[in-house]
Design a protein around this ligand. Sequence first.
Ligand code: CDP
Length: 315
Amino acid sequence: PPPQKKSAPQSSDSCKGCREVIEKVIERYSQTWKKQGDNYQKFRSQLSSKCHGFDKAIITQANTPVGSKLVYDGEKKRTLQVTQELFSTFAKEHPFPNKTWDTCAVVGNGGILTNSSCGKMIDSAQFVIRCNLPPLEKGFEKHVGIKTDIVTANPSIFIEKYGGLMGRRRPFVESLRSYGNSLLLLPAFSYGHNTPVCLRAVYSIEDFQSPTRPVFFNPGYLQSLAHFWRSQGLRAVRLSTGLIMASLALEHCDNVHLYGFWPFSNHPHGLRALTNHYYDDRQTKTKFHAMPAEFDLLLRLHSQGVLKLHLGDCE
Ligand code: CDP
């Protein structure tokens, strides 16, 4: 037989020893899911009281006045005093139109979304959160949807795809078109090197009058979130973007649905080989994230009826 292409593997040969792990996951997953209002309320109030995502997740002019000191969440010893110039890039007021939403979809980038036909179901949520400027154009739309209320961007994307925004910035701004007037959530104060490139992203958006609305993660919030998940048993250097956004959704939404969260290399049904992302096969940095451990916690919340993980195809 001809050699199989690495990007679209078909067989389950790559499933070395994964069968047992995946079968255990599916056993925990397959019990009929039902929302457990009391578990949900309990978890939400724990999370809110520890992290205050409502008021603190995003930097605003109200919660971060001129003169305040930002402490970088990835480099504890680094701080930055807010100048008038920096302050002027902060959101004037809380950027969410309402405090809570009925249904939120948090879309991870896992290859499990490939050919899932989940686009319509994702887009039917009142509020849709996506991670790391994922491609949504034709071909993907059917499987991941198009609606976007918040999209995050890791500065490594600006470096790798847009020359660190040091040269022409139009291609970057044009790439934002698929997200309409959504919020672009940037971790500008996680590491020192994130700050200048995130500010260049903000200035590019302003200069080209893009409708996208850039906002910054509050490093104090990310810090308290890491602490919260550590208290739930998670040992990881950094939380994954997906877990951060799922946490944010748990504070803001009555019903949280997760799609594209599946850190294994084979599909739960039939074990066909999967790429790491629905759009490429770039691997996750296991040095920083502990995706299977995160997944285990999310599966626990699914079993408790706190949120709903979607692992199957949608049609
Ligand atoms: O930057 P990061 O590695 O955190 O994220 P990503 O690879 O762009 O994917 C976005 C999110 O989807 C991750 O943070 C994970 O929470 C989730 N994901 C997953 O659960 N399984 C995968 N195979 C890939 C991503």
